[in-house]
Ligand binder design. Sequence first.
Ligand SMILES: Cc1cc2nc3c(=O)[nH]c(=O)nc-3n(C[C@H](O)[C@H](O)[C@H](O)COP(=O)(O)O)c2cc1C
Length: 173
Amino acid sequence: MSGNADHKNNFKEIMGSYPTGVTVITTSNEEGEPFGMTVNSFSSVSMDPLMILWSVRKDATEFDAFVHAEKFAVNILDGDNIEVGNRFASKDKSNRFNQTNWHLSANGIPVLNEVYAVLECETVQKVEAGDHIVLIGQVLDLKKLSDTPMLYYKREMGHIPKDWANQIEAKSN
Ligand SMILES: Cc1cc2nc3c(=O)[nH]c(=O)nc-3n(C[C@H](O)[C@H](O)[C@H](O)COP(=O)(O)O)c2cc1C
């Protein structure tokens, strides 16, 4: 049943309309070469200890780098990071790091400078899941850098709608 074409199309439509944020997950290899890719399968998992997960497609170009990495960073994009989100999803890898402001953190992980927040993680578990591997990370350090994360809905990246954000702000005051 799970291989049925109708189910696959329904799954794509349902999941494509399920709103998420967008992250760029970054790491480096033993030679210090930075790697990064746009990811929306990110989710929080545990408060004690702090843990998160995301999944990487087995045939992704960056698969080996992430599966062998001891550490990675989840760079949660903000509404102004649409170009960054597209850059790290593009087949053309040449501009990913040379057109993006980033630095090496104290944990030795390449992290992006102008994003909503950064969670630096140590890989603690890898779970086989169909055509993906789920990577579970324990948070080593975290920083919130700006006000609002990006929203991803029906394949579009954008700002959280202003009137909705204002309503929420008004409720909390
Ligand atoms: C919004 C968005 C979310 C994505 N989420 C994931 C993800 O969770 N896991 C994944 O493996 N690829 C994900 N991708 C695809 C990768 O970003 C993309 O395949 C990769 O950067 C391009 O490299 P490749 O096609 O050469 O592997 C996502 C792409 C976009 C645009």
